[in-house]
Design a protein around this ligand. Structure first.
Ligand code: GAP
Length: 446
């Protein structure tokens, strides 16, 4: 399968309604993107698949949705106020700013080769103010990770849910970082969605659970169709570990620009809970009834990005192949071979043409299908063009209503996106036939 270059994917994403440049009518704003009708479905499916794997399919994880704006002391305790920095260098000529570790030669401006300034540390948190007075007493930060919302609610969740260790708290939500060099489309942006889970364990059991979660998280991408040869695990070197981590392994994907992080699985030790206890003065310890002792649990954190995952699913699904046009010729067929649980639509219902004889039955079929599956109805343009469009947006199955359906057999054709094979089924059996075809393509959700 051919991986597209970035510009091809960006163009498909815009043309087909996955992702648009934000504020485009005003000339855009660096590295902000809006999800269109198909992109929003794709990202919802990514988040839904994550929530299902992390919360619904486990007995030991619950969910949370905490605030984006928190008491600034949270970020003092977590170390972000002091340590959440990246090195920044500036070109004295063109005034552009760069992260030296993102440059081939960290001493020279990549645009005009001027010698760059010495690196200084730049805090990535966005500052804003609560209320009408813009002074330091009212200054707050937008959260740069969802994790701290979980730590500060550790005791609330424990008291409400009466869980015993080990247990986890999962959260999906927006985070904000004033990245010095955002880029590569939705890979690195200043506003993005994270999918994070903090798993609290007994100290001493942390290495076991760290390995467990590294394996689980790698398998999640693989089981949703990302090709294993494009995935790898990479341990952080000691000098790249975050200020809170004892060990971290990243799940990485082989993007056209090289291997890039999809997710970090960190052993955060008892850093965050002990910091919050020290700064807030409130107890953050766990009472272990069996051992009859209070202690800080250790924390294993799988932290993923919903936008990066959506981008990865698009890259990995992209394929081009030569396909017959129907008149004896061939043309390039672009297909997004999404896993059926990730594809924006699972089924498209297509009348052979926009014809008064076909429309009522086709609408009827769609009404049945949409109850059970994520589906689209499309009757514009020729059937060949509509198949191509559905291939390009990654719809696994098309259901075609033709004249034989209404005049003879009350049966429809199901076309498979990948094989382009078609088979006919009675409308009465359609839901079962679609379910079985989607399962054959890997769905575990129908
Ligand atoms: N709580 C730990 C934490 O936030 P991280 O490695 O900084 O760890 C976790 O972030 C994940 O969030 C990353 O692996 C990535 O998928 C996503 N992420 C981080 N910064 C991002 C950005 N600027 N744009 C898009 N996604 C980002």
């Amino acid at each position: 399968m051919a991986q597209p270059d970035l510009s091809k994917l960006v163009s498909l994403a815009k043309r087909r309604g996955f992702v648009f440049p934000s504020s485009e009518i005003y000339g855009g704003i660096g590295s902000s993107w809006d999800y269109g009708p198909l992109g929003v479905e794709l990202k919802r499916n990514v988040k839904e698949a994550w929530w299902r794997a992390m919360v619904y399919e486990r007995d030991d994880v619950v969910g949370l949705d905490s605030a984006i704006i928190q008491n600034p002391q949270v970020w003092v305790a977590s170390g972000h106020a002091e340590n959440f920095t990246d090195p920044l260098v500036e070109c004295p000529e063109c005034r552009k700013r760069f992260r030296p570790d993102h440059l081939d030669d960290p001493t020279k401006c990549p645009d005009d080769s001027t010698t760059l300034s010495a690196p200084r540390m730049f805090n990535l948190m966005f500052k804003t103010f609560v209320g009408p007075v813009e002074d330091s007493a009212n200054q707050v930060w937008l959260r740069p990770e969802t994790a701290q919302g979980i730590f500060i609610n550790f005791d609330n969740v424990l008291t409400a849910m009466r869980h015993k260790l080990p247990f986890g708290i999962a959260q999906i939500g927006k985070s904000f970082r004033n990245e010095i060099t955002p880029g590569n489309f939705i890979f690195r942006t200043r506003e993005f969605e994270q999918m994070e889970m903090e798993f609290f364990v007994k100290p001493g059991e942390d290495d076991y659970w760290h390995r467990h979660w590294i394996e689980q998280r790698f398998n999640w991408y693989r089981d949703l169709g990302i090709r294993e040869e494009n995935l790898r695990l990479r341990d952080h070197d000691p000098d790249e570990l975050a200020h809170y981590a004892k060990a971290t392994a990243d799940v990485e994907y082989n993007f056209p620009w090289g291997w890039g992080e999809l997710e970090g699985i960190a052993n955060r030790t008892d850093f965050d809970l002990s910091q919050h206890e020290a700064v807030s003065g409130k107890t953050m310890k766990y009472f272990d009834q069996e051992a009859n002792e209070h202690y800080f649990p250790y924390v294993i954190e799988p932290a993923a990005g919903a936008d990066r995952a959506a981008l990865t699913f698009m890259f990995d699904a992209y394929d081009e192949e030569m396909a017959p046009t129907g008149d004896g010729k061939e043309e390039v067929r672009t297909v997004l071979r999404f896993h059926p649980d990730i594809a924006p639509a699972q089924v498209a219902v297509l009348p052979l043409s926009r014809n008064a004889k076909l429309t009522p039955t086709a609408r009827d079929v769609h009404a049945q299908v949409r109850h059970v599956f994520r589906s689209q109805y499309d009757d514009a343009q020729s059937i060949g063009r509509r198949y191509r469009r559905q291939d390009e947006i990654g719809t696994p199955l098309c259901v075609t209503v033709d004249f034989q359906t209404v005049e003879e057999d009350q049966a429809v054709t199901i076309r498979n996106r990948d094989s382009m094979q078609q088979h006919r089924v009675p409308i009465a059996d359609l839901a079962d036939a679609l379910r079985s075809a989607l399962r054959d393509m890997g769905s575990t959700r129908v």
